[in-house]
Every structure is written in C-alpha cells, then in structure tokens.
Design a binder for this molecule. Structure first.
Ligand SMILES: O=C(O)C(=O)C[C@]1(C(=O)O)C=C[C@@H](O)C=C1
Length: 368
C-alpha cells in the first residue's frame, strides 16, 4: 500500500547538493553570545547547511528551563545575517507558528511531544494554511506509525508540500543504551509507504549521549536517510538542556568527516549483473521457504482437525517449548541469531493457533 501525499523533493527547498543535509545548533538558545558563537564555529566547519535552536522547550516537569522564548528569534536572525545559515525552530502551537513566521524563520519542525497529539498538530496545520514554508515532523514519542503519518497528512492537508520526517527514536519502558529506542523498522515502514518523503535522522535524541552519535548517524545514512539533525553547543558541558547529547562544532566536524557515504544504487554493470544474480538466488530460496511454510500449515490443519475431533486443546505448551528450544539451538549452529529464530517461530506458532482456532469453530468430522 502506498499513501498519496503531495511532497516536494528535499533538493527543492534544502540547501544541499550531494551528501546528507546537516542541521545543527544548540538544543536550546540560551544567550545571544552562546548562539552566535556556536553558529560561527558551525559555519567555519563548512559542513553544516541549516542552523537550529530550541526557543520554546517542552519539559517533562515544570520549573525547568522552558526556553528563552521569542527573543531567541532575534538572536537566530542575527546568526543568520552573519553566517548566511537558514534558520529552523520547533513550534508547538499556533502562537509559535505566528511568531516564527513573523520572524521569517526558514524551516519549522514539530517535536515528538506534539506529533503525539492530533489536536496540537491540527492547530499548527491550521496556522500554516496558505503559507509556503518547509515543515519537518518528528516521530511521536510512542512507536505509533499511524500518528506519525497522521501528522504528515495534517500538515500536507494545510497545503504544505515541503515536508520531511525526522526519526528521533521512541520512548520505551525498558532501559536500554539509547535515550529513545531507534526502532528502525518504523522509519523503514514509513519510507515504504511514502517513498518520496525525505526522512532525516536525529541521532542526538536517539542516543542521549554523544559517544553513540557517529554509530547511529552512519546507520541512518546506510538506511538511505537524507539528512541528520545533530545538536551542537559551543561548550556542551555547561549547556542548560541536554548537556550529555550535545557536541562541540569541532566534534561535529570530525563526526561528519568519519561518514562513509553510500549511494542508493550503482550503475556499474559488473555490480548490477552480480546483484541481479544474487537476487535471483534469494527469490528461489524465498519460494522454497514459502512452499515449506505452506506444507507445514497443511500438517498443522490436520493436527487441528484431529484435536477438534478428540476434544484436545490447541495450545500444547510442552510441545511448543520443545520446538522453540530445539529449533533455536539448531538455528544458532547454522549461524542464525537466537532472537531472530525465536521471532520467526513465534510468528509461525501464532499462525498455527489462528488456523486451528478456525478449525475448532467448524463442525466435527463424522467419526462414524
Ligand atoms: O503439535 C501440535 O499440537 C500442534 O498443533 C502444532 C503446533 C505447531 O505449530 O508446531 C501448534 C500449536 C501447539 O501449541 C504446538 C505446536
């Protein structure tokens, strides 16, 4: 299934030719000096295309620094006049949109805590009606692809065609190495549904600590994401917000130098021939896997009928457990990841249960 949105290519509105779009700047604009000094050093790297700064900050608890407010727009404009950077800010309500538009901000983004709320997104969309400005939509904090798509649809519905998504990871109950779990499959699903949608990655919010940023950035580029939003601060150690995840402009420059830029495809005939041959092999193997799965399901259905006719339950925990143990260890001998094997078996077992449930609900065979 493909979705139908009217989306312009990134090159129509972002100052980028080849390579990823790099958006950088402090998590929060704190003082005029901090913002201008950071912007100057970012400019000196020659590797940044857009200057960002948070001026309205949604905070979990009241009493924390909630952003410098509209005065930050003046500082951003000073930075823009000096460096030539287009400027980007987060907006979370209609008033923010009005103030940002009045200050001639070049690019807006909607944060994860706003994307989660359709009322908020609609309010922002309504405030944008008739305006031609690029809008980037971060994923919602919870891993809900429909909410993310819904927000993109609302913004597009307001007539905004310069749209991008920003993948910033998802809150999870479990504590992991990441501040926000990447859950890459959601971004991949979004790209599959909307191939023309530019997707950028925000490694700062995924990682929560600067050490992991190069790894996550490279992975995003390898998944064909078209840009990165990386927070940078003149002195991250004294940053008022998100100190651990910000990098200095010099560190940002090193991170960017370390990227390996891979292209979406190669026109080299040797490469394309070899790839076509390998893909043919995969097609044959996939056919075999599906034939075997269909065969297995036929046997599962026979067992289902047998159980129905003898009033035996569908779920057989000890048999299921035996299958899981045996196949997962067999899989690891074959160099298959244990989690991967377990996930596939779970999918198969769920399908067995679904089919046997349908059989249980059908009439018993005449046992004569
Ligand atoms: O062995 C059975 O009893 C089956 O119905 C097959 C099967 C399976 O798919 O392997 C399905 C359900 C049971 O919980 C255990 C195993």
């Amino acid at each position: 299934m493909k979705l139908n949105l009217n989306i312009e290519p990134l090159s129509n509105w972002a100052p980028v030719s080849n390579g990823p779009l790099i958006i950088s700047g402090p998590c929060s604009a704190e003082t005029e000096e901090q913002l201008l000094a950071t912007a100057r050093l970012l400019k000196q790297t020659g590797k940044v295309h857009v200057l960002r700064a948070g001026i309205w900050k949604p905070r979990t608890r009241p009493g924390e620094f909630e952003g410098i407010g509209a005065v930050g727009l003046e500082w951003l404009n000073k930075a823009k006049a000096e460096t030539g950077f287009p400027i980007a800010v987060e907006v979370a309500n209609a008033k923010h949109v009005e103030e940002a538009l009045a200050a001639k901000v070049d690019i807006l983004w909607i944060g994860a805590r706003s994307t989660v709320n359709p009322f908020t997104v609609q309010e922002i969309a309504d405030a944008l009606k008739g305006v031609d400005i690029p809008v980037m939509v971060k994923n919602p904090i919870n891993p809900d692809l429909s909410l993310w798509i819904g927000a993109l649809e609302r913004i597009n519905g307001a007539g905004i065609t310069k749209i991008a998504a920003i993948h910033r990871g998802f809150s999870s109950f479990e504590k992991t190495a990441f501040r926000n779990e990447p859950m890459w499959d959601l971004a991949i699903n979004l790209k599959t549904l909307l191939p023309e949608l530019p997707i950028l990655n925000d490694p700062s919010h995924i990682c929560g600590s600067r050490e992991l940023i190069p790894f996550i950035s490279q992975k995003a580029l390898d998944l064909d994401m078209q840009g990165l939003m990386i927070e940078a601060h003149i002195d991250p150690t004294v940053a008022w917000t998100d100190a651990k995840q910000q990098v200095t402009p010099a560190a940002l420059s090193e991170i960017i130098d370390g990227f390996i830029l891979r292209k979406a495809e190669s026109k080299n005939p040797e490469f394309t021939d070899k790839l076509a041959g390998l893909r043919e092999k995969i097609d044959k193997i996939d056919d075999q896997i599906f034939q075997k799965l269909a065969e297995r399901m036929k046997v599962v259905e026979q067992i289902g009928e047998f159980k129905r006719d003898n009033d035996v339950t569908i779920l057989q925990v000890s048999r299921w457990d035996e299958i899981l143990q045996k196949r997962v260890s067999y899989g690891s001998v074959l160099n298959l990841d244990k989690d991967f094997s377990a996930k596939i078996l779970e999918l198969i077992h769920n399908e067995s249960i679904r089919r046997q449930t349908a059989i249980m609900n059908s009439a018993k065979a005449d046992l004569g």
